[in-house]
Design a protein around this ligand. Structure first.
Ligand SMILES: [Zn+2]
Length: 283
């Protein structure tokens, strides 16, 4: 019978810190209590997805998987550069009120998502983390998260909170690589999914969507906002042409995201939250 396993021996010798630091995962869900205690955390990264239909070839969890995997990868890259980022568990519910008639599309109210984020921020703040980055992977969440930042600015003035909508972090590369339009389960989103979780993408079932035209020509502009009842948006809940998607396009886009956002996380991790942050009068 072995009296001590190696980890137990290390902990019992007071070497818990050395052993604990051997787990490189940036994700809270992967860490043990001693490992968490041994970490110094500057930034909490909160991934938020959704659970909704994504045409015939992507899973309902598409946005949640994207948020979780991108968060883990970008935090690992930032931490390798010396940042101190902890990835919180991924939120799989998003704001999807316009998806309601589609079977089992999950939706929470904007007020619920807002309260969820505020609760996470409050707990993190009590635990000493004042820098929060929300990594969003679902278009229906964007305005709610933006509104939450405004509420937090008033309710938690010592916290710096930022929002990253991952799919707009690489505009020039997307313009160069993505040749067909759409904004849901389309060429771009499917390319990203192929790069991140190819085993859950069914390209043999991907088809070009029959997008439904808008009733008014004046609505076809980016500066007028309105809700789209998603059951009518196309013939298969997706838009655009996912058959043009490739894993290589996705890898390039993800690479740009990782470079840019890991750099942001490193800068934020190193930053001192002065009373005038994010402004700096000395620069
Ligand atoms: Zn999506």
């Amino acid at each position: 019978m072995k009296l001590f396993s190696l980890p137990v021996l290390l902990v019992s010798l007071g070497a818990a810190t050395v052993f604990a630091q051997s787990n490189p995962s940036p994700c809270l869900e992967d860490l043990t209590h001693p490992e968490v205690r041994s970490r110094q955390i500057e930034v909490a990264l909160l991934p938020i997805g959704s659970t909704e239909p994504h045409a015939k070839h992507l899973p309902y969890a598409n946005d949640t998987l994207s948020a979780r995997i991108l968060a883990e990868r970008v935090a690992a890259k930032a931490n390798a550069m010396g940042a101190k980022v902890l990835v919180l568990p991924t939120m799989p519910y998003g704001v999807n009120s316009n998806q309601a008639p589609n079977p089992y599309a999950q939706s929470i109210r904007p007020a619920t998502l807002m309260q969820f984020i505020k609760d996470v921020v409050e707990v993190s703040e009590h635990q000493g983390i004042r820098k929060i980055v929300i990594l969003n992977a679902h278009g229906g969440n964007t305005t709610t998260i933006a509104a939450t930042l405004r509420e937090l600015f008033a309710s938690n003035p010592k916290v710096f909170a930022a929002q990253v909508d991952y799919w707009i972090s690489f505009p020039e590369k997307a313009k160069e690589l993505i040749k067909t339009g759409g904004d849901h389960a389309d060429e771009q989103e499917t390319s990203i999914s192929l790069a991140l979780f190819p085993d859950k993408v069914y390209m043999d079932r991907a088809v070009k969507a029959k997008d439904t035209p808008l009733a008014l020509p004046s609505l076809r502009v980016p500066y007028i906002h309105f809700m789209r009842p998603w059951m009518y948006v196309s013939d298969n809940t997706g838009t655009g042409d996912p058959t043009q998607a490739t894993a290589e396009k996705g890898r390039v886009l993800v690479g740009v995201f990782l470079d840019r956002i890991s750099n942001f996380l490193k800068e934020l991790s190193d930053a001192k939250l002065t009373g005038t942050f994010p402004f700096d009068f000395k620069k």
